[in-house]
Design a protein. Sequence first.
Length: 387
Amino acid sequence: MLDYYGVEADLSEEERMIQESAREFVDEKVRPDIGEHWIEGTFPKDLIPEMGEMGFYAPNLEGYGSPNVSEKAYGILMQELEACDSGLRSMASVQGALVMYPIHAYGSEKQKEHWLPKLGSGEAVGCFGLTEPEHGSNPTAMETRAEEADEGYVLNGSKTWITNSPIADVAIVWARDRTDPDTPVRGFLVETDRDGVSTNKIDEKLSLRASITGEIGLNDVYVPEENLLPGVEGMGGPLGCLTQARYGIAWGAVGAARDAFETARDYATDREQFGGPIARFQLQQDKLAEMATQITLAQLLAHRLADLKERGDMRPQHVSMAKRNNVRMARNQSRIAREILGGNGITADYSPMRHMANLETVYTYEGTHDIHTLILGEDLTGFAAYE
Ligand SMILES: Cc1cc2nc3c(=O)[nH]c(=O)nc-3n(C[C@H](O)[C@H](O)[C@H](O)COP(=O)(O)OP(=O)(O)OC[C@H]3O[C@@H](n4cnc5c(N)ncnc54)[C@H](O)[C@@H]3O)c2cc1C
C-alpha cells in the first residue's frame, strides 16, 4: 500500500492493529460485493452489527462501551473504510461522529446510557437531520421548528439528504425552538416510529449509491422533554458534530484515492499495449507520479491534523483546510486512475470510477468545497464572504 514517506512506521501498536483489522474486515466482508451493492443502490445492512462488534462506530469516545482509541486510530479507520467505498465510511461517520458524538457531548446521562451502547454495537441505527429542502449550505436559516407542549415539544418541518434516515431507529433533529424569544437551534432525539415521522428514501442517486439516503418529514411530532439534548443551544451544536465528521472525511478521502492509485498501478503493470506493459510509457508514469505525490501530501495533512486534535489544538478551520484539500485531491486523482484503466475503467469491476462518482457527494456534503473556501477565506482575511 502506498505510504511513500513511511508515516505509518510511526503508528502505535493499537493504531496498527486497528488498521489491520479494518483492512481484513473490508477485504473479506465488503470488497467482494461492494460493486454489486453500488450498482443495486443498496447498503450491506447485515454488516451493521458486525461493524459495531469491530468497534467502527466512534471508538474515539470515552465510556459507555467505547474504547477511547487515539484520534489517529480513528482517522486510520476512516481511511481503511473509505478505501473500500465512501458509502461504508459514511455509515460509520454518521453513526459515530454525527449521532453518538452529540449524544456523548450534549446528551443527558439517561440519553447516554440508553443510546450510546445500542448505537456503538449497531443494535440501533441513527441519522443526523440538519439539511432542509431550502437550506443546505446555510442551515442557520432552517425552518424546522419546535414548540413547547405538554412537558415536551411538538416538531414540524422537513429534512432532506439524510444518510440512513430510511433505516434509522433514531434521528438527531436540529430545529428552532419557537417558544424561546431568541428561537435558538436545539437538538432533539426523535425515534423514527413516533407518530408523524416519515422517512422516504431518495432513489436514483448517481453517487454514493452503496448508502441509503432519505428525507425526514415531521408532522406534529411530539417528543417528551427528556428527548431534548440539554447540553447545547445554537448552531454550535450541529457545527460541533460536523467538525468531528469532517475530520474523518479528511482521512477517508486519502483511502479512496489510495485505492484508486493501487488499482491503476496494478493495472498499468499488467496491461500490455504496443508490445509491453503500459506502465513503461512516460505518460502513464507522469500520472502515477502525480497521484502518489498528491496522495502523500494529503496523507501528511491528515496525520498532522490528528496530532493537533490529539493535543487539543485543532480548530474547525484546520479541519476545513484538510477536508477541502483531501476531497478535491481524491476527486481529481480517482479520475486520473480511471483514465489509466481505459475502457475497463468505466465498469464496476474496478474501483476508480465508483470512487470518482462517490466523491462528488463527499465534495458536496459536510460543507461544500466552496463553503470551506469561504471558511478559510474568513479565517485568513477577517472578512466573511458568505453573503
Ligand atoms: C448523498 C448525500 C448524503 C447527505 N447526508 C446528509 C446527512 O446525513 N445529514 C444532513 O443534514 N445533510 C446531508 N447531506 C446534505 C449536504 O450536507 C448538502 O447537500 C450540502 O450541505 C449542500 O447543500 P445543498 O445541496 O442544499 O446545496 P446549496 O447550499 O444549494 O449549494 C448549491 C451550490 O451553491 C454553492 N454555494 C452555496 N452558498 C454559497 C456561497 N455563500 N458562496 C458561494 N457558493 C455558494 C455551493 O457550494 C454549491 O455548489 C447529504 C448530501 C448528499 C448528497
